[in-house]
Ligand binder design. Structure first.
Ligand code: FES
Length: 163
């Protein structure tokens, strides 16, 4: 618990923080270091100002999460598992984000985005880099404005019979 609190406060657990925690818990720093290097939710260096997570677990993977992650790597100019040089973005390809029926799932900080295929990943990254990705509603309206083709001829035919 104290490790999470320290990480929440500092953004990461560096050597100094590691030693402080060890002292408080009457352990050796190596005991804390082992936890930090073992558990992926703990980190020695802080993430970027905007942290992007992509789910890689099977349901999302089957729906294209690997391609989504590659698209975000390219658009945000940051490799998965790293922080961009200017510290603006970090990208993490990680296990389940608890929204398994709507994959590929992407999170930006604490906001979840569903069904993020490559095309949507490009839009999401564009909005993010322009500072316009404040909430999913804006993303959804931007996304809908791009949809101009009916899903199938049947649907467009049924629409025309209503008129
Ligand atoms: S499998 Fe992707 S959110 Fe659970």
């Amino acid at each position: 618990m104290v490790i999470h609190l320290v990480q929440d406060e500092l953004g990461s657990i560096d050597l100094e923080a590691c030693e402080w925690i060890a002292e408080k818990l009457e352990l050796q720093p190596i005991n804390i270091q082992e936890l930090i290097t073992f558990y992926p939710m703990l980190r020695e260096k802080p993430w970027g100002r905007k942290h992007v997570r992509v789910c890689r677990t099977l349901p999302c993977a089957l729906r294209g999460a690997y391609s989504t992650c590659q698209t975000l790597e390219k658009k945000l100019e940051v490799k998965e598992g790293h922080v961009r040089d200017d510290g603006e973005y970090s990208l993490e390809f990680m296990e389940c984000l608890a929204d398994c029926g709507e994959g590929p799932v992407v999170m930006v900080d604490e906001q979840t985005y569903e069904n993020i295929d490559c095309e949507k990943a490009e839009i999401l990254a564009d909005l993010l880099t322009k500072g316009k990705l404040e909430d999913s509603k804006e993303f959804e309206s931007y996304e809908q404005s791009l949809v101009t083709v009916p899903a199938s001829p049947k649907k467009s035919k049924s629409k025309s019979t209503k008129k």
